[in-house]
Design a protein around this ligand. Structure first.
Ligand SMILES: [Cu+2]
Length: 140
């Protein structure tokens, strides 16, 4: 079972993200939960209920990744990273190699959280300047 999905603008952002309560407007108004500035996730801390899908959108011009800390998620949770990598090591290696997993301006990544707990993640190119985030997944 692989619930990870990696969406790019070319893959149809806006159609794939069927969130309830969709606001109307232009095609650019794709809903997202967490945006990104030049070197920050906004907001850095986010809380959802079990089963929710969190949507990140790169709302900046810089390239970013959404990469979970393998030791920073619940033991029985599925690892997640933009690019769909199966481990933090793989995500770091693939980023070093070909900048794989990077979200360009306007691109979206989403992940469904099925296990409660706290999830710590980061952006590989901006880890050194503390581009970090936390998702708290709580029982509904
Ligand atoms: Cu970044």
């Amino acid at each position: 079972m692989n619930r990870r999905r990696f969406l790019t603008a070319a893959a149809g952002v806006g159609t794939a993200i069927g969130l309830a309560g969709c606001i109307g407007g232009s095609a650019d108004s794709t809903e997202f939960d967490i945006g990104m500035s030049a070197s920050r996730f906004r907001p850095e801390a986010f809380e959802v209920e079990v089963g929710a899908t969190v949507v990140w959108r790169n709302t900046s011009k810089q390239g970013h990744t959404v990469t979970a800390y393998e030791g920073g998620i619940p033991d029985d949770a599925e690892y997640f990273a933009s690019g769909g990598f199966g481990s933090e090591k793989e995500a770091r290696e693939r980023y070093s190699n070909r900048s794989a997993g990077v979200l360009g301006a306007g691109e979206v990544y989403e992940h469904e959280f099925t296990v409660p707990g706290t999830y710590n993640y980061f952006c590989i190119p901006h880890e050194r300047v503390q581009m970090l985030g936390t998702i708290d997944v709580v029982e509904g």
